[in-house]
Each structure stands twice: as C-alpha cells, then as structure tokens.
Design a binder for this molecule. Sequence first.
Ligand code: FBP
Length: 548
Amino acid sequence: MTKSALQIARAAYQPKLPKALATGAVKAVAGAATQSVADQEAIKALFPNTYGMPLITFEAGEAVQLPAMNVGVILSGGQAPGGHNVISGLFDGIKKLNPESKLYGFILGPGGLVDHNYMELTADIIDEYRNTGGFDIIGSGRTKLETEAQFEKGFEIIKELGIKALVIIGGDDSNTNACVLAEYYAAKKYGVQVIGCPKTIDGDLKNDMIETSFGFDTACKTYAEVIGNIQRDCNSARKYWHFIKLMGRSASHIALECALQVQPNVCIVSEEVEEKDMSLDDVVTSIAKVVADRAAQGNNFGTVLIPEGLVEFIPAMKRLIAELNDFLAANAEEFSQIKKSHQRDYIIRKLSPENSAIYASLPEGVARQLTLDRDPHGNVQVSLIETEKLLSEMVATKLAAWKEDGKYVGKFAAQHHFFGYEGRCAAPSNFDADYCYSLGYTASMLIADGKTGYMSSVRNTTAPAAEWIAGGVPITMMMNMERRHGEMKPVIQKALVKLDGAPFKAFAAQRDRWAVETDYVYPGPIQYFGPTEVCDQATKTLQLEQAK
Ligand code: FBP
C-alpha cells in the first residue's frame, strides 16, 4: 500500500483508552438487571436467554491470562470512520488476554459469515490499518443476518475455526440482528457469544447508555470543513445561494451538528417538518423568506443545509410516494406504453386530487425521478431524489412570483452540493480513533467475561479519554416492538432528533439571527496533532447533550 505522509505519521498514534482498560487488569462489575425501553413482555418472550441481563462496567482489577480464544469480526452496513480502530482495539484486547488468541475477519459484511469467506487478521495486517478511515481491511456489506438458515450456515464456519465469539460492528438494524443471533446461539447452546458495536455516521444509534455511534464525529467534522469553505467562498463572491444536502438516511443529526458548527443561513430539520406537519410549500416558503429578507439588505447569497431524509418526513410527500408506488405497481404495463413526453400529464390525470396537485407542482426532473427510478421492489428510491435541486428550483419559482408582486427585489442564483460519501471514510478524528479503539478493546473484555447479546459501551465521552467509562449494555434493553414490512418485530429504537433536546434548542435559539446576519463559522480541516482544544473536541451535539 502506498501511504501518504499523514498516513505514515498517523500510524504511530496510540489511541487513548479509559483508565480502567489502560491498566491492562480489568474486572467486570455487574449492575442492576435491565428491561427493554418498551414492550417488556413481548421482548422478554422473544429473548428468553438474553433478556434482563445486568449492565456491566469495567473497573481496574487483577491481571489475568485466559486460555487463547478465536474471535470473528464483521463490518456491517455503511462505512464510518474508525471501524479499523474497533478492529485493532479488539485485536490488542484479545492478544493481551492471551498472545495465542486469533482474530478472523469475515469478508464484505455479514455475507462473509454465511458464505464462509474470511481471512485471519494478523499483527502485520492490523498494523497497516491502525488509525485509518474506511472499512477496506475486510470490506463491508448490507446482507441482513436474519434467517435460521443463515445462522446455521454461519455456525458451520464458526465451529470449523473454533470461534468463541463474534463481534458485529453495525447500526441499529445490524445490532438488532446481532441480538437475534446471540439469542439463537444461546437457545441452541452452541457456546458462541455475539457482541455488537455501535456504528453509523448518521448518529441515530444512541440512547441513555450509548452516547454516540462512532463515525458521526469525523463525518460531521469533514462536512463542516467543506461547508465552512463554501461559506467563505459564498461570502467572498456574494452572488450564490448554496443548497447543500447532507447524508443521513433518516434522522437529521448530521445536518443539525453541521449547522451548530458552521452557522448557516438556513438548516432544515426533518423531524421539525414532520412535527409541524409542514407541506413542501411550507418548507420552500420558509427558505424563500430568508432569501428575500437577505436580498432586502443587499445580500443575494447564503447557505441552506438539507438533511438527506427530508422528503420522507413531509407527510404530504409520503402520501404522494405511497400512492405512486401502488399506482405504478398496478399499472406498470400501461405506464410503460406512454410516451416519455406524456408521462407527467398521465400521472397528473391518474392520481387523487390532493396528490395530483402536489405532483404537478414538482419540477420536471424530480417528477421524473419519482416515476422512473425505482428499486427492485418497485418503490421510489427516495435517496436518489435531488432534494437540494428540488428545493432551489421551487424557491426560484416562488421568488419569481414574489418579484412580480413587488415583494422581492434580489437576484437568485443557486449552486448545489451533496456531501455524503466523502465523510464516511475520512481518517478518524482523535475522538473517533480513541472511541473506536476503546469500543473494540471493551468488546474483547466482554468476550473474556463470557457475555453475549451485549453492545460494547463507552460513556462519559466529553471528559478526557482516561475518564471514560467502559462496559456493556444488554442489546434487549434498547429494544421495542415496531411494525416492519407489515409485521411486528423487535428492533432497537432509532434515535431521531429530539425537538426538546439541547442540540435542537441551541440551534432554534440562534437560527433567526444566523438567517439574516452573516455569522458563518469556518471550522477548517480535522486536526490530528496540536492543542487539545483544536484536536480533541467532541461534537457540539455531544457537548450540548452532556452539559450538566
Ligand atoms: P449505515 O446506517 O449502515 O451506517 O449507513 C448510513 C448511510 O451512510 C446513510 O447515511 C446513507 O443514506 C446510506 O448509508 C447510503 O448507503 P449506500 O452506501 O448503500 O449508498
């Protein structure tokens, strides 16, 4: 591998561990029994072997040497900065317990377990990937581990390799499946432990015991850097409005965190749009008002942050998409015969009056995306909708109408951006490098302690790393029952932005001022070496949530 100068220097970084883990001698202290966040009876019935287990905290204890153990690791779902450090922390942890221990990585996600596609991760390989971004050490994938046939197939290779425990590094769905797998192996008495680690840049796997998912810190800092740069450009040329869509499939944590870091003129928060039952026109009007107010002061420029999942949070758009899905599924043959140039009118004629009006108001390109780009199940691929263009085109139309009425006097020219993939594999910030290494190391301690169905947890994360608290949380504790594909299923509750939470309140208290004033913040690139206030800050979200 050809390495950059930063990569070479960064390889020598020794991630920080919580004091209790750094001593190398650890004891597990069990807390009180736990219960699920909701639907206790239903979850208990589904997880008889892994429900109600206690919280675990690791404290300094006696040094122990355990028999060598073989451990398997899987990276599941979208990439998030720091995954390699979870693996290196896990590797160092099991080697510390016994140098003969072995780590196997399953290739390209959960599919690697089912297909028996694996490699041993030796010290040489691990050293190549310490403190680097990406999941390329073994690759990741989105195969869902959910059927008994997959569990049994996986068990075949687990037996063959003598694996004692499997560590699944993933988001809410992957950790839900990790828990189902833990329960299955426990019920079958296969003697295989399953431990989860909280990953996703989206930041929506968090609760009282999991303060943040890894990768959120680095991804947001990467986006904030480039948004800051755009804002400086924007404030220099003073002629463009930049519409910037930010990744985050569902929750708006990334957009909100970036807003707190860069102080844009507008940031849409999907959860607020849903709560206030806003229509697409309401969202467009709210942006157009800011554009018009700034124009009245001679400022024909600005920035608008848009969360990727917005469209699905607008109740009226949700209804339109649902009707389109049903209509096109039932009339696929007839629709395919309609000439391209007539398809829009055809759809407008066929939809119910409410949805027809919304569809007719959409710009041509977006209307086409809604009818043409469909996933293998025939559903609209909402993530492909260019919301940033949709909103800017609709804002332009509204401003043109206001201009005719004498309500708007400015010039409006838009630029569009989507920031997503460039943040998912950035070299982990010091926070993510330390947090991930600690999560991996903690996972090895949970394995040593015989735990299964637990998620590795590291808390008190706004304090210096030495004061972090490492432990384990029973995954069933985070579960509730939700309807998925028409069936009630036990799942980890997804954490959306809370409108009564400190981060949103801090944003809401300042956004009107940010809208009219030009008070941009330019965070600059992530710094890996230098003063701690520059290099080691947690996200604003975490700082506000943890503020006592
Ligand atoms: P995970 O929840 O698996 O971590 O993935 C999150 C994410 O990065 C979303 O923000 C984004 O919508 C999605 O993955 C993109 O997925 P893909 O990599 O398959 O294009």
